[in-house]
Design a protein around this ligand. Structure first.
Ligand SMILES: O=C(O)[C@H](O)COP(=O)(O)O
Length: 232
């Protein structure tokens, strides 16, 4: 029985400050570092040995992966980074305070921007310095791959092809694979793995630093899924 473990990064400094983050490359808070190490301790206690790991190109997920592998004494595990596992891009909301934005536009509008399946937040213009075209880590991407904003739907449209092309072959040849990523890129994977419809995924929240295990058979069908803390 294979294990695919999905780990949302620990609390970031902007989670703590309640700011829309998306592709902004903010680091973990102190609490986030504690959560990342705690996730590693839990996986160590469960005796899971990983063959491969995937993460985004954002340091809150990368550091969470490093810190949890360090706790397991498994820093040798090969890591693949991809922008396709980045958080959903928050467009023109990037950097704004979530509570202040709700006061300005109303709770309902902010809820739509945060949780509707297909409505993206307002887009950034290409001139805006927060647009990914100004960030050299994305220099090899085509212009049409660089989002000015994303909904969960468009996030899914860039996560799933990567799952099929790059992750599935590795999961197939591995016993256990760890994915350290973000609330919404992981929700995209959960939607796919659990076969949830566009409505059902709206209610799914993934806590920070809380390893979510999918047990898969040899055809990669899900046979069980649970938060590891419930079983250790
Ligand atoms: O990008 C962010 O601000 C968070 O990581 C996820 O935000 P959400 O809970 O509004 O989807």
């Amino acid at each position: 029985m294979k294990k695919l473990v999905l780990l949302r990064h620990g609390q970031s400094q902007w989670n703590l400050e309640n700011r829309f983050t998306g592709w902004y490359d903010v680091d973990l808070s102190e609490q986030g570092r504690t959560e990342a190490a705690g996730a590693g301790q839990l996986m160590r206690a469960a005796g899971i040995r990983f063959d491969a790991a995937f993460t985004s190109v954002l340091k809150r997920a990368i550091r969470t992966l490093w810190m949890s592998l360090d706790e397991m004494d498994q820093m040798y595990v090969p890591i693949t980074n991809s922008w396709r596992l980045n958080e959903r891009h928050y467009g023109a909301l990037t950097g704004l305070n979530k509570a202040e934005t709700a006061k300005k536009y109303g709770d309902d509008q902010v809820h739509v921007w945060r949780r509707s399946f297909s409505t993206p937040p307002p887009a950034l213009s290409e001139e805006d310095e927060r647009h990914p075209r100004h960030d050299q880590r994305y220099r090899n991407l085509r212009p049409d791959q660089l989002p000015g904003t994303e909904s969960l739907e468009t996030t899914l449209q860039r996560v799933l092809p990567y799952w099929e092309s790059d992750m599935v072959p590795v999961v197939n040849e591995s016993e256990n694979v760890l994915v350290a990523a973000h609330g919404n890129s992981l929700r995209a994977l959960v939607k796919h793995l659990r076969g949830l419809d566009d409505e059902a995924i709206i209610g799914v929240e993934i806590p920070t630093g809380d390893p979510l295990v999918f047990e898969l058979d040899d055809t990669l069908a899900v046979t069980d899924s649970y938060y590891l803390r419930e079983r250790v």
